[in-house]
Design a protein around this ligand. Structure first.
Ligand code: GLN
Length: 544
């Protein structure tokens, strides 16, 4: 049976629980254990798919087509274990299932209640499909004391009791703030948070204390005494220079050894951290640097492009260069508030990322034009590829009114709403009036690459599988005209119907992809498109 590690947070949000879960899983994996990480989100949205990136950051998409919390991206990047639909659940999804069952009459006249029905559903979710694992790490979103996380804490309490203490460990992540006026680190918020958690029946075994100054031994002892844990199980967690240093840092503080000790495991092999040392070295000692301009809409919140940001870092590690990212607001280029040429000229690569809606689209199209005309490496992702096709239609194929039906009715729908496509589950159909939640072309789809194309040489393959999240598609009816203008359709869906990749053979590096390659990039296994894009930017940096 798998052992369970429950991770809760206290005092404030944004303490990096997701990163801590990912790092702990990576450390256990480095000792040879099989791990999986799950995230429980207490909010009532069924999934984050319909939430604004400003509310929730990026929506991370899994191979099996789930729209999930961005922490699942960290989990996958740190462990290489592909996340699934069953690794993220929200209160909304649990209530949706329970209410559907209640309406069907499945409860046979019973009163449906938070305890036991909601808590049972949470426990089932935690335990589903875990037979082939050594450790399941369950991260609870939010902060202990929130009204909406109560059923989750209660479910943990019950589960710990059912599976036995030897099979369950509770890790609580807290903040030990530094009060400058007093010149001291304060342990009281941690004491209160642990008291709150304990009052709900969950005594933590390990405390991970985020602090900006080293935690003196006396304070560590004080926390241990008040919170009923071993002093060695009070793990100080100072800010790291990079997220990729966190596993090694936490190992140095004894996190994984304390977790194993709490399970009574004393014979685990030492972790093999070679690959972590390698990426830390690549991150800390770059041999050059490049600057990439990302022309997007949600640029004031980098979390909205979390995986993209990381994939560019991975591309940099692969080429041993530091990647400086300049987040450029596409809308500013439209309003004439910022001079596009002045902003884009210093860039060694231009990337137009995914996005939704018309706002900023003309600024994105103008940026594609700049990259095409100046021979600057260009990568267009999802909406970015659609903008590259509209730019090509207007400026190299003479279709002046080219647009996307996403932006309103148009006579030249170079990008249009897709209403039918094939998936592994058969023919999918959608209409303009379909619900917005969970109805896009989502998850992994295969594509066939043209032999001898630039992308085929980048991937070193002709068949690929990548993750999608979009409602609109480049309209195949325009293919001939766009190709005559110099834009090659070098990747298509296996049935040849959907354009998946476009490129410009007459340009040093110009690629647009309908999918999101950033979702599959890992520090140990940088995505070939990001590796290639950064390599092209390095070449460009030698020219300008
Ligand atoms: N808005 C576009 C669509 O729905 C692109 C989506 C995206 O970039 N993820 O097709």
């Amino acid at each position: 049976m798998a052992r369970f590690i429950f991770i809760t947070g206290g005092v404030v949000s944004s303490l990096g629980k997701g990163l801590m879960a990912a790092s702990l899983a990576a450390l256990l994996q480095a000792r040879g254990f099989r791990v999986r990480i799950r995230k429980f989100d207490p909010y009532l949205n069924v999934d984050p798919g319909t939430m604004s990136p400003y509310q929730h950051g990026e929506v991370y998409v899994t191979d099996d087509g789930a729209e999930t919390d961005l922490d699942l991206g960290h989990y996958e990047r740190f462990t290489g274990v592909a996340a699934r639909q069953s690794d993220n659940v929200t209160s909304g999804r649990i209530y949706q299932q329970i209410i559907t069952k209640e309406r069907r009459g499945d409860y046979l006249g019973a009163t449906v209640q938070v305890i036991p029905h909601v808590t049972d559903a949470i426990k089932e979710f935690a335990q589903a499909d875990t037979d082939d694992l050594d450790f399941v790490l369950c991260e609870i979103g939010g902060t202990v004391g929130d009204i909406e996380s109560l059923p989750f804490i209660e479910a943990i309490r019950q589960l710990r009791n059912e599976i036995g203490r030897e099979n369950s460990v509770s890790v609580h992540v807290t903040l030990v703030p530094y009060i400058a006026a007093a010149g001291e680190l304060k342990t009281k918020p941690t004491q209160h948070s642990v008291r709150e958690l304990a009052s709900l029946g969950v005594q933590p075994d390990i405390l991970l204390c985020r602090c900006e100054k080293p935690l003196p031994d006396s304070e560590r002892a004080k926390i241990a005494q008040f919170c009923n844990v071993r002093k060695e199980a009070v793990i100080p967690a100072l800010d790291a220079d990079s997220i990729y240093s966190v596993p090694v840092q936490y190992h140095g503080e004894g996190l994984d050894s304390e977790v194993l000790r709490a399970f009574g495991i004393h014979d685990a092999p030492d972790p093999d951290l070679t690959r972590w040392y390698d990426i830390m070295d690549r991150k800390r000692h770059p041999e050059g640097e490049v600057t990439i301009g990302v022309v997007g809409k949600y640029v004031s919140l980098p979390d909205a492009y979390k995986s993209l940001n990381e994939a560019l870092v991975h591309g940099g590690m692969a080429n041993r260069v530091k990647v400086n990212i300049r987040w450029l607001d596409a809308e500013m280029f439209e309003k004439g508030e910022e001079d596009l040429v002045a902003k884009l000229e210093p860039m060694h690569g231009i990337l137009v990322p995914g996005g939704f809606g018309e706002r900023g689209s003309e600024g994105k199209i103008a940026s594609v034009k700049f990259a095409r005309e100046r021979g600057v490496p260009f990568l267009g992702i999802c909406l970015g590829m659609q903008m590259a096709c509209i730019e090509a239609a207007r400026n190299t194929s003479g279709i002046a009114d080219a647009s996307s039906t996403e932006f309103g009715p148009t006579d030249e729908p170079v990008v249009g709403l897709i209403t039918e496509w094939m998936s592994d589950e058969g023919l999918q159909k959608r209409g303009a009036d379909t619900d917005l939640g969970g109805t896009m072309r989502l998850g992994a789809y295969e594509a066939k690459l043209s032999p001898n194309s630039h992308v085929a040489s980048i991937y070193g393959a002709n068949d690929i599988s990548e993750r999608h999240r979009h409602r609109y598609e480049v309209n195949g009816a325009y293919r001939d005209r766009l190709e005559k203008g110099g834009l090659a359709f070098s990747g298509l869906s296996p049935d040849g119907m959907l354009p998946e990749i476009v490129e410009r053979p007459d340009h040093p590096w110009f690629i647009g992809v309908q999918f999101h390659p950033e979702l599959k990039s890992k520090p140990f296994d940088p995505h070939p498109l990001f590796k290639g894009f950064v390599e092209a930017a390095v070449k460009q940096s030698r020219l300008v």
